[in-house]
Design a protein around this ligand. Structure first.
Ligand SMILES: [Zn+2]
Length: 264
């Protein structure tokens, strides 16, 4: 195989060889984004080639809520919702079921597989002396619309956008998300509880991941939320734990391209 390297002048700071081939070697490279990879690399010379392709594929080279599109893979456990991918107003996931009330703070709904996994997790935690309780789960488009509007009225759009999703963009609309607490400490302080530590060690065994981790705010687009857990299934959750990456990154590297190709 002949690899031609194109050297671009004026690159004094970094010794990195800038070549289109560098990007092409990445399995989730997308030809139509090539110019954006180059631009992003120029602005972020310290990032690896993998991270450049990953970030641009997610859309992170452009402001949140730009170039948005409707998320594919509806009604799967690998559906992605973030600040670039939304669900339509009419999207209500199939198989929404009520979570057993012994593990909730009221009537809460999850998609069947997520419900069963959550109940098992909460039950196992209970056996070991921990209280995991769902205090928010499925939220409809309309509910999120009202909630977001309330936050905007209170704090303004810019601040509201850092902690609340716009309608259609909330992961809660997937029916695969639970916000948890331990019944004693307010959920925003879940990080300080022994239940949080239990979740850190065990959630992935049940297919749940911490969706908005600390230090990954730029990638997820959300402030750290120690209480917000997303069901992705055991296989993906375990792999994500091993790789220590966010679901946005996992999705673009292992799901998006593969699934799109297999649909062609
Ligand atoms: Zn949440």
């Amino acid at each position: 195989m002949i690899i031609s390297l194109i050297f671009i002048g004026g690159c004094m700071k970094s010794k990195k060889i800038k070549s289109e081939n560098e990007f092409e070697n990445i399995s989730y490279y997308r030809k139509q984004l090539n110019d954006r990879y180059l631009n992003y690399q120029e602005k972020n010379p310290s990032l690896s080639i993998e991270d450049i392709v990953t970030h641009v594929n997610i859309g992170l080279d452009q402001p949140y809520y730009t170039n948005t599109k409707e998320t594919p893979f509806l009604n799967t456990n690998y559906i992605l919702s973030n600040k670039y991918l939304y669900m339509s107003e009419s999207y209500i996931p199939n198989n929404l079921e009520q979570i057993d009330s012994s593990y909730t703070s009221g009537k809460r709904l999850l998609v069947r597989d997520a419900r069963l996994a959550f109940e098992q997790m909460a039950q196992d935690a209970k056996t070991q002396g921990y209280t995991i309780r769902a205090m928010s789960a499925y939220r409809s488009y309309q509910y999120q619309k009202d909630l977001y509007q309330r936050y905007v009225d209170q704090d303004g759009v810019e601040t509201a956008d850092t902690y609340s999703a716009r309608p259609g963009f909330s992961e809660h609309q997937t029916g695969l998300v639970v916000d948890v607490d331990n019944k004693e400490t307010i959920y925003t302080k879940f990080e300080t509880t022994k239940e949080f530590l239990w979740m850190r060690e065990n959630a992935h065994h049940y297919g749940f991941i911490l969706r908005y981790p600390k230090g990954k705010e730029q990638i997820t687009g959300y402030t750290y939320e120690s209480w917000h857990y997303r069901y992705v299934g055991v296989e993906i959750a375990k792999k994500m734990k091993e790789l220590d990456i966010t679901f946005d990154e996992y999705y673009t590297r292992y799901i998006e391209t593969k699934k799109e190709n297999s649909q062609e």
